[in-house]
Design a binder for this molecule. Structure first.
Ligand SMILES: O=c1ccn([C@@H]2O[C@H](COP(=O)(O)O)[C@@H](O)[C@H]2O)c(=O)[nH]1
Length: 240
């Protein structure tokens, strides 16, 4: 596994900066976790939350799932590049021109000497089933074909990888290459409720299938003992 990240990415899906801080402060100061900031927290707290997390030495995936016309995406990526996050994303459904614009905006906006963030694209959300994809998106192929199509155009556009379910990783790597990143949410420890997620695996399955990164939100953030659960998930994921 070329790009294996041993830390599960924790989805900080909180309604305020204070709630996110309260959660983070449960972790020991020397534990450098990998966190994901999504729309809920970013729209509430903005760049301040990113600076706070980076100052703590955390790795940060800014999950805004951009999807707009190429010109808007290029200029938005230029702005986001200045935040110094480790990973950002778009929707592959925005198309190849949009994804190329995202990449050039990201490169242009990255401060000189700085590291360009990894840029990935969402294929089909892990909350989407084949049935809902066909009904709501009017896509007339199987879900795996749609995911593979999005993965291939993402690679052609020069991005680093995709967001997908762990269930699709083997086929994506075969259709692209081993180095093409597969970031997989929809992770549920055995026995925990799936909620709105449809294409799920447990951390051990994601590891044996070949995911590079896993993203876990509610099973950790809503747990009575989040730090303990985080370590159980990390162990199942990284020591499998
Ligand atoms: O296809 C996708 C893309 C992004 N997500 C995000 O991951 C987390 C998952 O949270 P859970 O609480 O573990 O379900 C969440 O922030 C989503 O926005 C995804 O689930 N699926």
């Amino acid at each position: 596994m070329l790009n294996f990240e041993s830390r599960p990415i924790i989805a900080l899906d909180f309604a305020s900066f204070d709630l996110a801080k309260e959660f983070i402060n449960k972790f020991p100061a020397d534990e450098k976790i990998y966190v994901k900031v999504g729309m809920e927290l970013y729209y509430q707290a903005g760049a301040e939350v990113i600076h706070y997390l980076k100052e703590k030495g955390y790795s940060v995936f800014l999950d805004l799932k951009l999807h707009d016309i190429p010109n808007t995406i290029r200029s938005t990526m230029k702005v986001l590049a200045q935040l110094g996050v480790d990973m950002v994303n778009v929707h592959a459904a925005g198309g190849q021109e949009m994804m190329r614009a995202a990449k050039s905006g990201l490169i242009e906006g990255t401060p000189k000497g700085g590291k360009v963030a990894k840029l990935i694209a969402v294929t089909q959300l892990t909350s989407t089933s084949e049935k809902t994809m066909k009904r709501d998106q009017k896509i007339d192929c199987s879900l795996i074909e749609s995911v593979l199509h999005y993965a291939c155009i993402t690679m052609k556009s020069g991005l680093d990888g995709v967001v997908c379910s762990a269930l699709e990783v083997k086929k994506i790597k075969a259709a692209t290459n081993e180095d093409f990143l597969c970031i997989t949410p929809g992770i549920r420890p055995t026995g925990s409720g799936v909620g709105d997620q449809k294409r799920v695996t447990n951390p051990g399955q994601a590891r044996s299938i070949g995911s590079d990164y896993i993203v876990v939100g509610r099973p950790i953030t809503k747990a009575d003992n989040p730090v303990g659960i985080y370590h159980e998930i990390k162990q199942e994921w990284s020591e499998n």
